[in-house]
Write a new protein. Structure first.
Lengths: 113, 109
């Protein structure tokens, strides 16, 4: 793979179900991010990780969790999905010291019914 | 609170010039960024301003005035492929990016 990938591309999920969105990058970037993008709103940061083994909360972390066991992977888990989590989710990564230049994955379109 | 404002939509003609404005109010300032996002795709990095003035990169230029909390993205010699949303983002005192809702630019022949 080259760059940053996300899976699945899209998903329809019943409310109350657990779901993990996957994100993998092969650029050896230290920092990784999860955003959600909703119509009429800017990208909103959910969680971030500055380096493997560390994570932090962004602007809208409630209902989501992340882990960063290694440099390449940064999964996002919805423990019990709710309809308000219907959104497009983008994973991004950046080099340490160049957090302004983020590389985005193709996105996951999630619908919670 | 933190706020980034940019027009929702703009229309311009192929070959012309368009200026997309962005004003911001954030807790701290550590740079302003412009990203391009085509419909259904991921955002891609365009430019970065941390000092006042104009940064030029080919057909695209970005301007920053920190005292006014203002930036603009200037696109010259517009091409149909420039039809996209343009996202303004500011890095705050915690070094996190705060994003505007984006400006949808429609290019007409």
């Amino acid at each position: 793979i080259a760059g940053i990938t996300q899976a699945p591309t899209s998903q329809i999920l019943a409310a109350g179900r657990r779901m993990t969105l996957r994100c993998t990058q092969d650029m050896r970037h230290n920092a990784m991010y999860w955003y959600r993008q909703d119509l009429g709103l800017g990208l909103r940061l959910i969680h971030y990780s500055n380096t493997a083994g560390t994570t932090g909360k962004g602007e809208v972390p409630d209902g989501y969790s992340v882990s960063r066991a290694n440099t390449d992977d940064f999964p996002l888990t919805l423990a019990s999905a709710v309809p308000s989590q219907t959104s497009v989710y983008f994973c991004a990564s950046s080099l340490e010291g160049r957090a302004y230049e983020q590389y985005f994955g193709p996105g996951t379109r999630l619908t919670v019914t | 609170g933190q706020n980034i404002d940019q027009p929702t939509e703009m229309t311009a003609t192929e070959g012309a010039i368009v200026q997309i404005n962005c004003t911001y109010q954030t807790s701290g300032f550590n740079g302003l960024f412009w990203y391009q996002q085509h419909a259904g795709e991921a955002p891609t990095f365009l430019s970065y301003n941390v000092l006042d003035g104009l940064e030029e990169k080919g057909r695209f230029s970005s301007f920053l005035s920190r005292s006014k909390g203002y930036s603009y993205l200037l696109l010259k010699e517009l091409q149909m492929k420039d039809s996209a949303s343009y996202l303004c983002a500011v890095r705050d005192s915690n070094y996190q990016l705060i994003w505007g809702a984006g400006t949808k630019l429609i290019i007409k022949p």
